[in-house]
Design a protein around this ligand. Structure first.
Ligand code: HPA
Ligand code: ZN
Length: 333
């Protein structure tokens, strides 16, 4: 089997995908029309032309604007369902998707509208595709600690449907330490915790995510390589990094995929995984990310298998499930 077919056949878990970042222009137009919401584009082509980001903030401005058309529970369902169809095509058999409640509640959309739509899609994906999923609620780090506390409060009635909390949006200037107390409260309430750190921000933010937020995984974390002591710690603790190669390329975290450090991190023993982040905006879903790094970095089948096994090992599924997928992947030739 060639590498491409091998990638397609590999079972995978996705651990870093923002559901609002899976919003394809075609669906955005359809929902805008049925909700009679104006969007500042005349055509799907115009939307795509607007996607010429050069850093995280220039992306986020457009990403938040796109989410404005989501109003009804069915809109959130349709958004997540379209993503699950991509998972089915890419053999993503388990996904832990981020959602940003504040992007919606700040526009007057009820928390229940968001979560009910997403949950119904998760239930249907399990039934129709056999895809399992968890929801992770992210706090927007450019907003205040107080706003994050309020969002955590709103999430408590839905505790059984939300496995963890995360931290996303503009990284630089909004270190993990800003949310130390919110994360302590979330952990006390029984949520697992993850945080974006070391994407545009320095290795110091990864230290903070580990020491102050006590995260179970680091999202991105590619800048950890700049700090040898941090690298030793990540390796010793088997701390997962949810790496997003096409995102890093699009947002100029790396200027050439051939220079991406994911293979080096893997070879050094860091528990790296492959993910799509915001696939509608960054040029590809899970398999596109695998293909891009395989072509640019000449990954072997054993390395591809390790990346896929890592994705299940780093996920929040049961140990039995982890073992089942690892054995299935190990047996692939
Ligand atoms: N980084 C930070 N915040 C985000 C991202 C990202 O890659 N995608 C959506 N929100
Ligand atoms: Zn992200």
């Amino acid at each position: 089997m060639n590498q491409l077919d091998f990638i397609r056949a590999l079972p995978k878990a996705e651990l870093h995908v923002h559901i609002e970042g899976t919003f394809e222009p075609e669906l955005m137009f359809a929902i805008a029309q049925r909700n009679e919401v104006e969007i500042p584009y005349k055509s799907v082509e115009e939307v795509k032309q607007a996607y010429n980001f050069h850093n995280l903030q220039s992306f986020l401005d457009i990403y938040y604007a796109g989410a404005n058309v989501l109003i009804h529970e069915q809109d959130f369902y349709d958004l997540a369902w379209a993503y699950f169809e991509k998972c089915a095509e890419d053999k993503v058999v388990h996904t832990e998707m981020f959602f940003d409640p504040q992007t919606h509640t700040d526009r007057g959309i009820a928390f229940s509208t968001v979560i009910n739509g997403l949950q119904r899609a998760c239930d249907d994906a399990k039934e129709k595709f056999g895809i399992s999923s968890h929801l992770i609620m992210c706090f927007l780090r450019h907003l205040s600690e107080e706003a994050a506390f309020e969002t955590l409060e709103q999430a408590l009635p839905y505790k059984d449907q939300i496995i963890g909390v995360g931290l996303d949006s503009s990284e630089v200037g909004h270190p993990p330490s800003k949310f130390e107390r919110v994360f302590a409260k979330a952990r006390e309430a029984g949520f697992l915790v993850v945080a974006h750190a070391g994407e545009e921000g320095p290795a110091e933010y990864v230290w903070e995510a580990l020491d102050l937020l006590k995260v179970n995984r680091i999202d991105h974390g590619v800048r950890s390589e700049e700090d040898e002591t941090l690298m030793a710690r990540l390796i010793a603790e088997k701390m997962p990094l949810t790496v997003c190669p096409l995102s890093n390329l699009k947002l100029c975290v790396v200027d050439d995929m051939a220079k991406h450090n994911i293979r080096r991190l893997l070879q050094k023993g860091v528990h790296v995984t492959v993910n799509s982040d915001d696939p509608s905006y960054f040029g590809g879903y899970m398999n596109d990310n695998f293909i891009a790094i395989t072509e640019a970095l000449d990954l072997t089948k054993d390395e591809l298998k390790q990346l896929a096994i890592n994705s299940f090992e780093a996920s929040f599924i049961s140990d039995d499930e982890k073992q089942k997928w690892s054995e299935q992947i190990q047996a692939m030739a």
